[in-house]
Design a protein around this ligand. Structure first.
Ligand code: AMP
Length: 224
């Protein structure tokens, strides 16, 4: 199954992509995570992306399309993938469709997660992640068991540099002007599904499953 997750920063796409990926045994591909790995490794691409990301702006489309093309051609993506954070604008969506059309494997579903801006701002300011294993927490909705330490490896959690108030606002503005129109794009293709992102992690997980025609899972979710 090939699925695109659409929705503003802080709506829970990353958490849900990891859950769905584990359930379907397909990779959850976050372009934000891929870029952060490039920055951390100090590659030329990472050096170029670093300043753009800190400002909360978008990395150029050609770079992103090249990155996705390479990643979805890897063996673990043959059975499908979930895209989290890509496409971010119409040009990227068209580029992705062109890539997939070459291989005759189009997008099966685009899920749009919705939540009001006040909730997103609250969630983003509470977001923390583990610099070692990448686990994501939220001090309000999904806190670690102990202080601000990762449940998996005990590392002190950090806040993303682009989760500053200024960068958050810029990213949400870009979402509204550039990314939100993708709903119309995927609706026209008949693959758009809508999910309420204000519900609990477990409820949203089940709503995503229902939207994709899967049966609901019943277990409670821990940190992802
Ligand atoms: P995210 O983790 O999805 O919030 O992405 C963090 C940052 O990475 C964004 O604010 C952008 O600077 C960059 N980024 C991630 N995905 C894309 C994309 N598809 N196109 C352009 N820039 C991206």
């Amino acid at each position: 199954m090939r699925v695109v997750f659409l929705g503003p920063q802080g709506v829970g796409k990353g958490t849900q992509a990891a859950l769905l990926g584990a359930r379907l045994a397909i990779p959850a591909l976050s372009t934000g995570d891929m870029l952060r790995a490039e920055v951390k490794a100090g590659t030329p691409l990472g050096q170029e992306a670093d300043a753009i990301m800190k400002r909360g702006e978008l990395v150029p489309d050609e770079i992103m399309l090249g990155m996705i093309k390479k990643r979805i051609s890897e063996p673990d993506a043959v059975r499908g993938f979930i895209l989290d954070g890509f496409p971010r604008n119409i040009a990227q969506a068209e580029g992705l469709d062109a890539l997939l059309a070459e291989e005759g494997r189009p997008i099966d579903a685009a899920i749009r997660f919705r939540a009001p801006r006040e909730l997103l701002l609250k969630r983003l300011s509470g977001r923390r992640s583990c610099p070692v294993c990448g686990s994501v927490y939220n001090m309000e909705t999904n806190p670690p068991r102990k202080d601000e330490l990762c449940d998996k490896d005990g590392t002190v959690l950090v806040q993303r540099p682009d989760d500053s108030e200024e960068a958050i606002n810029r990213r949400l503005d870009i979402y509204v002007t550039q990314t939100k129109p993708l709903s119309t794009y995927y609706e026209a293709k008949g693959v758009l599904k809508e999910v309420d992102g204000t519900r609990s992690i477990e409820q949203v997980r089940d709503d995503v499953a229902a939207a994709l025609g899967l049966t609901a899972a019943s277990s409670r979710v821990g940190a992802q």
